[in-house]
Design a protein around this ligand. Structure first.
Ligand code: NAG
Ligand code: NAG
Ligand code: NAG
Length: 528
């Protein structure tokens, strides 16, 4: 009972009841095109909470809710998963640089958008559901700009941009937030906020490349698609792209770095992380309870498949795991794992949050996806991170610089490096101790995330898109924003002053010359 009372504020918060009731129920449309459950979980958490507050929610996404929720309806694009899986093998991305990775993902993002817009569920939505009108759009802001046609079709209500990761140059550009590559690492670049000269050079280049890529590829390609499906009336994608009322980022400085943010850029964290644990299957519970030396939990997440790892890496991992006194629980997507040592247990799917909550789990071997990072930060389990793609190297840099784990590059992975990395974290209590403190900070901010999200969304609704928060930087050309025009004017003025001084000195010299001329000539004559 005491525990229940202690939890009451959290329960109320989870239900969105901590805030005063909204003054009127709004119709909200979510557009979340990426076929990846790790992207969808935080979006769903916000929209479910908004539904619970009485708003009417419609969501266009490849992940319709498994258990229906009142006031929440889905436009089901689950067919997109097939295209995504066929066009990208994430296990093969470990050694590509961020720019190459973005180039590899671009055709997939564009074809996912095109196939979704052409699909029957979207075409039916355009036929039967747009006339209802919507008061607010939630849009996953990452390359899906052709959807602005659909937003125009439902009456161009204010747009809240949301990203399941932290921000990148392109989202900060869209809302006009300062983003200084000297101190703000790009989300694809894999650096911490303390960069060397070469890292700053590379980070600045990645930042500019992303901006350029959107200007030269993403916007024009999406503009073409928008015209194809929505005709000439919607405004150009570049204009709507700079028209966000609010940007919600699902990374927060507790697992990221401090940075300057506009008031309409809101950082949330751990929206999908459950505060209560659910019972584990009885045999798994008994197996974890019985691990006297502790448990290593190993999962590369939902995109990178352990079963797709090259056979020689797989064998090296198995040999390293066999040498451990700990039990190892591995999310492995095949029923059988040939050569599996007796201390290793595999399963195709595992309730990760409830496993991380088990007191015997002493190490999490992760690919460093943000959702996994948030779960382990909440439960305070130190990590061995083997990053593959997306923001995983970025998260790995944060984990390493915070001293809560070690990183192993996939290309360097062999039996020895794997064994050494695992034992380093297990045998040095410093990792667990720093993770305990890290977790304390993390939990404090996670606890307020949902409440913050709801307050900001309803603020935008109450103030009709909150145009008073729009950054002045959005009015300026890039050279005005960098003060290059001012610098040029100052340089010109300085140059003019110099020229003027030189001119005046010359005049002065000439004016004085007649009196000195004879001596000068005399000397010349003597020299000859
Ligand atoms: C659904 O929304 C209506 C108001 O639009 C509200 O009265 C009702 O309580 C909501 N239902 C649930 C289960 O939240
Ligand atoms: C679209 O409208 C139809 C007909 O009114 C309705 O049955 C359906 O639930 C609506 N779909 C969504 C996603 O709101
Ligand atoms: C920008 O958003 C407002 C609503 O907040 C809308 O009225 C306007 O048409 C939008 N402009 C563009 C170019 O999308």
């Amino acid at each position: 009972m005491g525990a229940l009372i202690a939890r009451l504020p959290l329960l109320l918060l989870a239900l969105g009841l901590w805030l005063p009731a909204p003054t009127h129920a709004a119709r909200i449309l979510g557009i979340f095109p990426t076929p990846s459950i790790s992207h969808q979980l935080p979006y769903q958490a916000v929209l479910k909470a908004l539904a619970a507050r009485g708003h009417q929610i419609t969501v266009i996404s490849p992940d319709p809710l498994k258990e229906p929720v009142a006031n929440y309806s889905d436009v089901d694009l689950s067919f997109s998963y097939e295209d995504f899986r066929q066009s990208i093998t994430f296990a093969g991305m470990a050694d590509v640089n961020p720019i190459r990775m973005m180039k590899m993902m671009t055709p997939t993002i564009l074809s996912v958008t095109e196939k979704q817009l052409a699909s029957k569920p979207i075409q039916d939505f355009l036929k039967y559901n747009v006339s209802d009108g919507f008061d607010l759009i939630f849009l996953e802001w990452f390359g899906y700009e052709a959807y602005y046609g659909l937003i125009h079709a439902v009456g161009s209500p204010p747009i809240v941009g949301i990203v399941s990761l932290g921000g990148s140059a392109i989202q900060y550009n869209a809302i006009g937030n300062p983003n200084n590559p000297a101190i703000n690492p790009e989300v694809l670049a894999g650096y911490s906020d303390r960069m060397t000269f070469w890292q700053r050079l590379d980070n600045a280049y990645t930042n500019m490349w992303m901006t350029w890529h959107w200007e030269r590829v993403m916007f024009p390609e999406n503009e073409k698609m928008l015209r194809k499906y929505f005709g000439p009336t919607p405004p150009p994608v570049r204009d709507t792209a700079r028209n966000l009322s609010l940007l919600i980022l699902c990374n927060h400085w507790s697992t990221d770095y401090p940075r300057a943010l506009l008031p309409n850029v809101v950082q949330l964290t751990g929206l999908h992380v459950r505060e209560e644990t659910r019972p584990l299957p009885a045999d798994l519970q008994a197996w974890l309870d019985g691990a006297e030396q502790g448990v290593v939990y190993f999962s590369l997440g939902s995109n990178v498949m352990s079963k797709d790892l090259p056979p020689e890496k797989l064998q090296a991992i198995l040999r390293a795991l066999a040498r451990l006194p700990q039990r190892v629980l591995w999310k492995f997507e095949n029923d059988e794992l040939p050569g599996r040592p007796p201390n290793v247990r595999v399963a195709k799917w595992l309730p990760q949050q409830d496993i991380l909550a088990h007191p015997n789990v002493r190490l999490f071997i992760t690919q460093g996806g943000l959702q996994s990072f948030q779960e382990t930060a909440y439960h305070g389990v130190p990590v061995l991170v083997i990053p593959f793609m997306g923001d995983q190297k970025y998260n790995a840099a944060k984990m390493v610089s915070s001293g809560i784990g070690v990183q192993l590059e996939f290309k360097d992975l062999n039996e020895e490096t794997m064994f050494a990395s695992i034992t380093k974290v297990l045998n040095d209590p410093g990792y667990a101790e720093r993770m305990r403190r890290f977790s304390g900070v993390y939990r404090e901010h996670k606890a307020r995330s949902l409440e913050t999200a709801l307050w900001w969304v309803e603020y935008v609704l109450r103030h009709e898109g909150a145009p008073h928060l729009r950054a002045a930087s959005l009015r300026l050309a890039w050279y005005e924003l960098l003060l290059l025009d001012v610098a040029a004017a100052v340089a010109l003025a300085a140059l003019a002053a110099l020229l003027l001084a030189a001119f005046a000195l010359r005049r002065l010299w000439r004016a004085l010359r007649p009196s000195t001329a004879p001596a000068h000539h005399a000397r010349l004559r003597k020299d000859q």
